[in-house]
Write a protein that binds this ligand. Structure first.
Ligand code: NAD
Ligand code: DAU
Length: 350
Protein backbone atom coordinates (compact mmCIF):
# COMPACT_ATOMS: atom_id res chain seq x y z
CA UNK A 1 0.00 0.00 0.00
CA UNK A 2 1.47 3.32 -1.07
CA UNK A 3 0.20 6.88 -0.74
CA UNK A 4 1.56 8.73 -3.73
CA UNK A 5 1.26 12.46 -4.30
CA UNK A 6 1.36 13.30 -8.02
CA UNK A 7 1.65 17.05 -8.63
CA UNK A 8 0.41 18.53 -11.91
CA UNK A 9 -1.77 15.47 -12.54
CA UNK A 10 -4.43 17.49 -14.40
CA UNK A 11 -1.93 18.60 -17.05
CA UNK A 12 -0.80 16.85 -20.22
CA UNK A 13 1.84 14.37 -19.01
CA UNK A 14 0.55 14.28 -15.43
CA UNK A 15 -2.88 13.03 -16.52
CA UNK A 16 -1.29 10.09 -18.36
CA UNK A 17 0.84 9.28 -15.30
CA UNK A 18 -2.19 9.44 -12.98
CA UNK A 19 -4.20 7.18 -15.32
CA UNK A 20 -1.39 4.62 -15.51
CA UNK A 21 -0.84 4.50 -11.72
CA UNK A 22 -4.54 4.45 -10.77
CA UNK A 23 -5.29 1.59 -13.19
CA UNK A 24 -2.10 -0.44 -12.82
CA UNK A 25 -1.76 -0.21 -9.03
CA UNK A 26 -5.23 -0.54 -7.47
CA UNK A 27 -3.60 -0.98 -4.04
CA UNK A 28 -1.89 2.45 -4.24
CA UNK A 29 -3.76 5.58 -3.14
CA UNK A 30 -3.06 8.23 -5.79
CA UNK A 31 -3.47 11.90 -4.83
CA UNK A 32 -3.46 14.35 -7.71
CA UNK A 33 -2.50 17.84 -6.48
CA UNK A 34 -3.04 20.57 -9.06
CA UNK A 35 -3.69 24.30 -9.08
CA UNK A 36 -5.74 23.96 -12.29
CA UNK A 37 -3.99 26.74 -14.19
CA UNK A 38 -5.00 27.31 -17.82
CA UNK A 39 -3.07 24.07 -18.58
CA UNK A 40 -4.72 21.93 -15.90
CA UNK A 41 -7.96 20.30 -16.92
CA UNK A 42 -9.91 17.73 -14.93
CA UNK A 43 -11.64 16.73 -18.15
CA UNK A 44 -8.37 14.89 -18.89
CA UNK A 45 -9.22 12.43 -16.10
CA UNK A 46 -12.95 11.69 -16.40
CA UNK A 47 -12.21 7.98 -16.92
CA UNK A 48 -10.47 7.61 -13.54
CA UNK A 49 -12.18 10.18 -11.32
CA UNK A 50 -14.68 7.65 -9.90
CA UNK A 51 -12.04 5.09 -8.93
CA UNK A 52 -11.72 4.56 -5.18
CA UNK A 53 -7.90 4.86 -5.21
CA UNK A 54 -7.97 8.30 -6.94
CA UNK A 55 -8.20 11.59 -5.03
CA UNK A 56 -7.97 15.19 -6.19
CA UNK A 57 -6.58 18.12 -4.18
CA UNK A 58 -6.82 21.62 -5.62
CA UNK A 59 -3.74 23.43 -4.30
CA UNK A 60 -0.91 25.70 -5.36
CA UNK A 61 2.64 24.45 -4.73
CA UNK A 62 3.83 28.02 -4.19
CA UNK A 63 1.87 27.92 -0.89
CA UNK A 64 4.46 26.37 1.47
CA UNK A 65 2.35 26.35 4.69
CA UNK A 66 -0.53 24.64 2.85
CA UNK A 67 1.81 21.90 1.63
CA UNK A 68 3.04 21.30 5.21
CA UNK A 69 -0.60 20.90 6.32
CA UNK A 70 -1.40 18.53 3.46
CA UNK A 71 1.63 16.34 4.20
CA UNK A 72 0.70 16.23 7.88
CA UNK A 73 -2.89 15.29 7.03
CA UNK A 74 -2.21 12.63 4.40
CA UNK A 75 1.29 11.41 5.28
CA UNK A 76 2.29 10.71 1.65
CA UNK A 77 5.19 8.27 1.30
CA UNK A 78 6.13 9.21 -2.27
CA UNK A 79 5.96 12.21 -4.56
CA UNK A 80 6.03 12.32 -8.35
CA UNK A 81 6.48 16.00 -9.09
CA UNK A 82 5.28 17.22 -12.50
CA UNK A 83 3.54 20.51 -11.63
CA UNK A 84 5.21 23.36 -13.49
CA UNK A 85 4.71 26.19 -15.89
CA UNK A 86 5.80 24.40 -19.05
CA UNK A 87 5.59 26.62 -22.14
CA UNK A 88 8.81 28.33 -23.32
CA UNK A 89 7.03 31.21 -25.12
CA UNK A 90 5.05 32.09 -22.00
CA UNK A 91 8.30 32.09 -19.98
CA UNK A 92 9.76 34.64 -22.39
CA UNK A 93 6.70 36.88 -21.93
CA UNK A 94 6.38 36.37 -18.17
CA UNK A 95 9.40 34.78 -16.40
CA UNK A 96 8.25 35.43 -12.83
CA UNK A 97 5.44 32.86 -12.93
CA UNK A 98 8.04 30.26 -13.89
CA UNK A 99 10.36 31.23 -11.04
CA UNK A 100 7.48 30.90 -8.58
CA UNK A 101 5.92 27.64 -9.78
CA UNK A 102 9.04 25.82 -10.93
CA UNK A 103 11.65 26.91 -8.38
CA UNK A 104 9.77 28.10 -5.28
CA UNK A 105 7.08 25.42 -5.76
CA UNK A 106 9.71 22.65 -5.94
CA UNK A 107 11.53 23.90 -2.82
CA UNK A 108 8.22 24.08 -0.94
CA UNK A 109 7.58 20.42 -1.78
CA UNK A 110 11.12 19.41 -0.78
CA UNK A 111 10.67 21.22 2.56
CA UNK A 112 7.29 19.58 3.18
CA UNK A 113 8.76 16.14 2.46
CA UNK A 114 11.73 16.79 4.74
CA UNK A 115 9.51 17.99 7.52
CA UNK A 116 7.17 15.00 7.23
CA UNK A 117 9.68 12.23 6.64
CA UNK A 118 12.24 13.52 9.18
CA UNK A 119 15.09 11.02 8.80
CA UNK A 120 12.92 7.99 8.19
CA UNK A 121 13.37 7.33 4.48
CA UNK A 122 12.32 3.67 4.44
CA UNK A 123 9.95 3.15 1.47
CA UNK A 124 10.08 6.87 0.62
CA UNK A 125 10.83 8.52 -2.73
CA UNK A 126 10.78 12.04 -4.20
CA UNK A 127 10.73 11.79 -8.00
CA UNK A 128 11.33 15.05 -9.87
CA UNK A 129 10.23 15.20 -13.53
CA UNK A 130 12.46 17.41 -15.63
CA UNK A 131 13.32 18.23 -19.21
CA UNK A 132 16.15 17.85 -21.73
CA UNK A 133 16.03 21.66 -22.20
CA UNK A 134 18.26 22.07 -19.11
CA UNK A 135 21.19 20.83 -21.23
CA UNK A 136 20.87 23.73 -23.69
CA UNK A 137 21.28 23.30 -27.41
CA UNK A 138 23.17 20.77 -29.54
CA UNK A 139 24.83 21.48 -32.87
CA UNK A 140 24.04 19.20 -35.81
CA UNK A 141 25.60 16.11 -34.15
CA UNK A 142 25.84 14.51 -30.70
CA UNK A 143 23.40 13.67 -27.93
CA UNK A 144 22.59 14.80 -24.38
CA UNK A 145 23.76 12.24 -21.80
CA UNK A 146 23.26 12.36 -18.04
CA UNK A 147 26.80 13.85 -17.84
CA UNK A 148 26.12 16.78 -20.19
CA UNK A 149 26.70 20.09 -18.38
CA UNK A 150 23.63 22.26 -17.79
CA UNK A 151 23.35 25.26 -20.13
CA UNK A 152 19.73 26.50 -20.17
CA UNK A 153 18.73 29.40 -22.43
CA UNK A 154 15.11 30.28 -21.70
CA UNK A 155 13.54 31.39 -18.42
CA UNK A 156 11.58 28.09 -18.55
CA UNK A 157 14.66 25.88 -18.93
CA UNK A 158 16.65 27.95 -16.42
CA UNK A 159 13.85 27.53 -13.87
CA UNK A 160 13.77 23.76 -14.48
CA UNK A 161 17.59 23.58 -14.22
CA UNK A 162 17.40 25.46 -10.94
CA UNK A 163 14.80 23.04 -9.58
CA UNK A 164 16.94 20.04 -10.63
CA UNK A 165 19.93 21.51 -8.75
CA UNK A 166 17.81 22.06 -5.64
CA UNK A 167 16.49 18.48 -5.72
CA UNK A 168 20.09 17.18 -5.94
CA UNK A 169 21.17 19.57 -3.18
CA UNK A 170 18.46 18.16 -0.84
CA UNK A 171 19.74 14.66 -1.64
CA UNK A 172 23.37 15.55 -0.98
CA UNK A 173 22.69 17.73 2.07
CA UNK A 174 19.77 16.00 3.80
CA UNK A 175 20.00 12.48 2.28
CA UNK A 176 16.51 12.87 0.80
CA UNK A 177 15.78 9.81 -1.41
CA UNK A 178 15.37 11.54 -4.77
CA UNK A 179 15.44 10.49 -8.38
CA UNK A 180 15.29 12.75 -11.46
CA UNK A 181 14.48 12.17 -15.11
CA UNK A 182 15.02 14.53 -18.04
CA UNK A 183 12.78 13.85 -21.02
CA UNK A 184 12.61 15.10 -24.59
CA UNK A 185 9.55 16.61 -26.33
CA UNK A 186 6.31 14.75 -25.66
CA UNK A 187 3.33 14.56 -28.00
CA UNK A 188 -0.03 12.81 -27.78
CA UNK A 189 -3.61 13.22 -26.54
CA UNK A 190 -4.49 15.98 -24.05
CA UNK A 191 -1.58 18.32 -24.87
CA UNK A 192 -2.58 21.96 -24.60
CA UNK A 193 -2.73 23.48 -28.12
CA UNK A 194 -0.12 26.15 -27.41
CA UNK A 195 2.56 23.49 -28.13
CA UNK A 196 3.64 22.86 -31.72
CA UNK A 197 1.84 19.63 -32.69
CA UNK A 198 -1.65 20.30 -31.23
CA UNK A 199 -1.42 23.96 -32.31
CA UNK A 200 -0.84 22.87 -35.90
CA UNK A 201 -3.65 20.28 -35.74
CA UNK A 202 -6.05 22.87 -34.30
CA UNK A 203 -5.13 25.53 -36.85
CA UNK A 204 -5.48 23.13 -39.79
CA UNK A 205 -8.91 22.13 -38.46
CA UNK A 206 -9.87 25.83 -38.48
CA UNK A 207 -8.00 26.64 -41.74
CA UNK A 208 -5.83 29.18 -39.89
CA UNK A 209 -2.17 30.05 -40.69
CA UNK A 210 0.42 27.56 -39.36
CA UNK A 211 3.12 29.68 -37.64
CA UNK A 212 6.61 28.19 -38.14
CA UNK A 213 9.35 29.99 -36.18
CA UNK A 214 12.40 31.14 -38.20
CA UNK A 215 13.13 28.73 -41.04
CA UNK A 216 11.59 25.72 -39.35
CA UNK A 217 14.97 24.00 -39.16
CA UNK A 218 15.14 23.51 -35.37
CA UNK A 219 15.18 19.86 -34.37
CA UNK A 220 13.31 18.15 -31.52
CA UNK A 221 13.33 14.51 -30.37
CA UNK A 222 9.67 13.43 -30.03
CA UNK A 223 8.30 10.81 -27.63
CA UNK A 224 4.71 9.57 -27.32
CA UNK A 225 3.37 10.69 -23.93
CA UNK A 226 2.23 7.20 -22.90
CA UNK A 227 5.82 5.99 -23.37
CA UNK A 228 7.00 8.80 -21.06
CA UNK A 229 4.45 7.66 -18.46
CA UNK A 230 5.76 4.07 -18.82
CA UNK A 231 9.31 5.31 -18.25
CA UNK A 232 8.18 7.24 -15.15
CA UNK A 233 6.58 4.04 -13.80
CA UNK A 234 9.84 2.10 -14.30
CA UNK A 235 12.07 4.81 -12.82
CA UNK A 236 9.73 5.37 -9.86
CA UNK A 237 9.86 1.69 -8.96
CA UNK A 238 13.35 0.65 -10.01
CA UNK A 239 15.53 3.76 -10.39
CA UNK A 240 18.42 4.14 -7.95
CA UNK A 241 18.39 6.87 -5.30
CA UNK A 242 20.25 10.03 -6.27
CA UNK A 243 20.38 8.99 -9.94
CA UNK A 244 19.34 10.82 -13.10
CA UNK A 245 17.84 9.09 -16.15
CA UNK A 246 17.45 10.62 -19.59
CA UNK A 247 14.28 9.66 -21.50
CA UNK A 248 13.94 10.15 -25.26
CA UNK A 249 12.35 8.81 -28.39
CA UNK A 250 15.45 8.53 -30.61
CA UNK A 251 13.15 10.28 -33.04
CA UNK A 252 14.53 13.57 -34.36
CA UNK A 253 12.48 15.80 -36.63
CA UNK A 254 12.98 19.27 -38.06
CA UNK A 255 9.93 21.40 -37.18
CA UNK A 256 9.06 22.04 -40.81
CA UNK A 257 9.06 18.30 -41.58
CA UNK A 258 6.70 17.61 -38.66
CA UNK A 259 4.39 20.41 -39.81
CA UNK A 260 4.35 18.98 -43.37
CA UNK A 261 3.65 15.46 -42.09
CA UNK A 262 0.74 16.69 -39.95
CA UNK A 263 -0.58 18.63 -42.99
CA UNK A 264 -0.53 15.48 -45.16
CA UNK A 265 -2.29 13.31 -42.58
CA UNK A 266 -4.88 16.01 -41.83
CA UNK A 267 -5.67 16.45 -45.56
CA UNK A 268 -6.28 12.71 -45.73
CA UNK A 269 -8.42 12.59 -42.56
CA UNK A 270 -10.45 15.69 -43.40
CA UNK A 271 -10.94 14.63 -47.01
CA UNK A 272 -9.22 17.75 -48.27
CA UNK A 273 -7.27 17.84 -51.55
CA UNK A 274 -3.62 16.80 -51.09
CA UNK A 275 -1.53 19.96 -50.43
CA UNK A 276 -4.41 22.07 -49.06
CA UNK A 277 -3.06 22.37 -45.50
CA UNK A 278 0.55 23.02 -46.56
CA UNK A 279 -0.66 26.26 -48.13
CA UNK A 280 -1.37 27.50 -44.61
CA UNK A 281 2.32 27.30 -43.57
CA UNK A 282 3.52 30.79 -42.58
CA UNK A 283 7.10 31.52 -41.55
CA UNK A 284 7.09 33.96 -38.61
CA UNK A 285 9.68 35.73 -36.46
CA UNK A 286 11.93 33.28 -34.62
CA UNK A 287 11.63 32.54 -30.89
CA UNK A 288 14.18 34.53 -28.83
CA UNK A 289 17.09 32.32 -27.73
CA UNK A 290 15.66 29.44 -29.79
CA UNK A 291 17.63 26.23 -29.15
CA UNK A 292 18.70 24.64 -32.44
CA UNK A 293 18.56 20.95 -31.61
CA UNK A 294 17.69 18.55 -28.78
CA UNK A 295 18.49 14.84 -28.94
CA UNK A 296 18.58 12.44 -26.02
CA UNK A 297 20.86 9.49 -25.41
CA UNK A 298 18.52 7.23 -23.41
CA UNK A 299 20.89 4.24 -23.35
CA UNK A 300 21.30 4.31 -19.54
CA UNK A 301 17.55 3.82 -19.08
CA UNK A 302 17.52 1.02 -21.64
CA UNK A 303 20.62 -0.70 -20.21
CA UNK A 304 19.82 -0.40 -16.50
CA UNK A 305 16.02 -0.47 -16.38
CA UNK A 306 15.16 -2.12 -19.68
CA UNK A 307 12.92 0.69 -21.01
CA UNK A 308 12.47 1.46 -24.70
CA UNK A 309 9.74 3.45 -26.50
CA UNK A 310 6.89 1.20 -27.65
CA UNK A 311 5.43 3.30 -30.48
CA UNK A 312 6.88 4.31 -33.83
CA UNK A 313 6.33 8.00 -34.65
CA UNK A 314 4.13 7.37 -37.73
CA UNK A 315 1.73 5.37 -35.56
CA UNK A 316 1.90 7.80 -32.61
CA UNK A 317 1.20 10.89 -34.71
CA UNK A 318 -1.79 9.23 -36.39
CA UNK A 319 -3.21 8.18 -33.01
CA UNK A 320 -2.68 11.74 -31.78
CA UNK A 321 -4.44 13.34 -34.75
CA UNK A 322 -7.32 10.86 -34.40
CA UNK A 323 -7.67 11.79 -30.71
CA UNK A 324 -7.89 15.53 -31.46
CA UNK A 325 -10.40 14.96 -34.26
CA UNK A 326 -12.52 12.77 -31.99
CA UNK A 327 -12.29 15.28 -29.12
CA UNK A 328 -13.06 18.55 -30.86
CA UNK A 329 -15.22 19.70 -27.92
CA UNK A 330 -12.15 19.39 -25.66
CA UNK A 331 -10.21 21.50 -28.18
CA UNK A 332 -13.00 24.08 -28.47
CA UNK A 333 -13.26 24.39 -24.71
CA UNK A 334 -9.55 24.85 -24.02
CA UNK A 335 -9.11 27.28 -26.91
CA UNK A 336 -11.88 29.66 -25.86
CA UNK A 337 -11.63 32.43 -23.26
CA UNK A 338 -8.17 33.30 -21.99
CA UNK A 339 -6.39 31.20 -24.59
CA UNK A 340 -7.73 33.40 -27.37
CA UNK A 341 -6.16 36.44 -25.68
CA UNK A 342 -2.83 34.63 -25.31
CA UNK A 343 -2.92 33.54 -28.95
CA UNK A 344 -3.52 37.06 -30.22
CA UNK A 345 -0.71 38.50 -28.08
CA UNK A 346 1.74 35.72 -28.97
CA UNK A 347 1.24 35.72 -32.74
CA UNK A 348 0.06 39.21 -33.73
CA UNK A 349 3.56 40.71 -33.46
CA UNK A 350 5.24 37.96 -35.43
P1 NAD B 1 1.34 21.14 -18.57
O1 NAD B 1 1.56 22.61 -18.67
O2 NAD B 1 0.44 20.46 -19.53
O3 NAD B 1 0.77 20.79 -17.09
C1 NAD B 1 1.29 21.38 -15.94
C2 NAD B 1 0.31 21.11 -14.80
O4 NAD B 1 0.85 21.70 -13.61
C3 NAD B 1 -1.07 21.73 -15.01
O5 NAD B 1 -2.07 20.81 -14.67
C4 NAD B 1 -1.08 22.92 -14.06
O6 NAD B 1 -2.38 23.25 -13.58
C5 NAD B 1 -0.17 22.44 -12.95
N1 NAD B 1 0.46 23.54 -12.22
C6 NAD B 1 1.14 24.59 -12.74
N2 NAD B 1 1.55 25.43 -11.76
C7 NAD B 1 1.10 24.87 -10.59
C8 NAD B 1 1.20 25.27 -9.23
N3 NAD B 1 1.79 26.41 -8.88
N4 NAD B 1 0.66 24.47 -8.28
C9 NAD B 1 0.04 23.31 -8.64
N5 NAD B 1 -0.10 22.90 -9.90
C10 NAD B 1 0.42 23.68 -10.88
O7 NAD B 1 2.78 20.50 -18.55
P2 NAD B 1 3.31 19.11 -19.15
O8 NAD B 1 3.72 19.32 -20.54
O9 NAD B 1 2.37 18.05 -18.79
O10 NAD B 1 4.66 18.96 -18.29
C11 NAD B 1 4.63 18.32 -17.01
C12 NAD B 1 6.04 18.27 -16.46
O11 NAD B 1 6.90 17.56 -17.34
C13 NAD B 1 6.68 19.65 -16.28
O12 NAD B 1 7.44 19.62 -15.08
C14 NAD B 1 7.58 19.79 -17.50
O13 NAD B 1 8.68 20.62 -17.20
C15 NAD B 1 8.01 18.36 -17.71
N6 NAD B 1 8.35 17.99 -19.11
C16 NAD B 1 7.48 18.27 -20.13
C17 NAD B 1 7.81 17.85 -21.43
C18 NAD B 1 6.88 18.11 -22.60
O14 NAD B 1 7.26 17.86 -23.73
N7 NAD B 1 5.67 18.58 -22.40
C19 NAD B 1 9.01 17.18 -21.68
C20 NAD B 1 9.88 16.94 -20.60
C21 NAD B 1 9.52 17.33 -19.31
O1 DAU C 1 12.20 19.27 -24.80
C1 DAU C 1 11.24 19.18 -23.79
C2 DAU C 1 10.38 20.42 -23.78
O2 DAU C 1 9.56 20.34 -24.94
C3 DAU C 1 9.53 20.55 -22.52
O3 DAU C 1 10.37 20.72 -21.41
C4 DAU C 1 8.57 21.75 -22.64
O4 DAU C 1 7.73 21.80 -21.52
C5 DAU C 1 7.75 21.59 -23.90
O5 DAU C 1 6.92 22.71 -24.07
C6 DAU C 1 8.65 21.41 -25.13
O6 DAU C 1 9.38 22.62 -25.41
P1 DAU C 1 9.57 23.17 -26.92
O7 DAU C 1 9.83 24.62 -26.85
O8 DAU C 1 10.54 22.32 -27.66
O9 DAU C 1 8.09 22.84 -27.50
P2 DAU C 1 7.09 23.67 -28.43
O10 DAU C 1 5.99 22.75 -28.79
O11 DAU C 1 6.76 25.00 -27.84
O12 DAU C 1 7.97 23.94 -29.72
C7 DAU C 1 8.52 22.88 -30.48
C8 DAU C 1 9.33 23.50 -31.61
O13 DAU C 1 8.42 24.13 -32.53
C9 DAU C 1 10.29 24.58 -31.16
O14 DAU C 1 11.48 24.52 -31.95
C10 DAU C 1 9.55 25.89 -31.45
C11 DAU C 1 8.71 25.54 -32.67
N1 DAU C 1 7.42 26.24 -32.76
C12 DAU C 1 6.58 26.25 -31.67
C13 DAU C 1 5.36 26.91 -31.72
C14 DAU C 1 4.47 26.94 -30.50
C15 DAU C 1 7.03 26.85 -33.95
O15 DAU C 1 7.77 26.81 -34.95
N2 DAU C 1 5.81 27.49 -34.00
C16 DAU C 1 4.97 27.55 -32.93
O16 DAU C 1 3.89 28.19 -33.04
Amino acid sequence: MKKILITGGAGFIGSHVVRLFVNKYPNYQVYNLDKLTYAGNLANLTDVEQKSNYHFIKADITDGPLLLELFEKHDFDSVIHLAAESHVDRSIANPMEFIMANIVGTVNLLNAVRHQWKNDFEGKRFYHISTDEVYGSLGHTGFFTEQTAYDPHSPYSASKASSDHLVRAYHDTYNLPVVISNCSNNYGPNQFPEKLIPLIINNIRNSKPLPVYGKGLNVRDWLYVVDHARAIDVIFHKGADGETYNIGGHNEWKNIDIVRLVCQIMDEKLDRKDGTSEQLITYVKDRAGHDLRYAIDASKLQRELNWTPSLQFEEGIRKTIDWYLENQTWLDEVTSGNYLKYYEQQYQKR
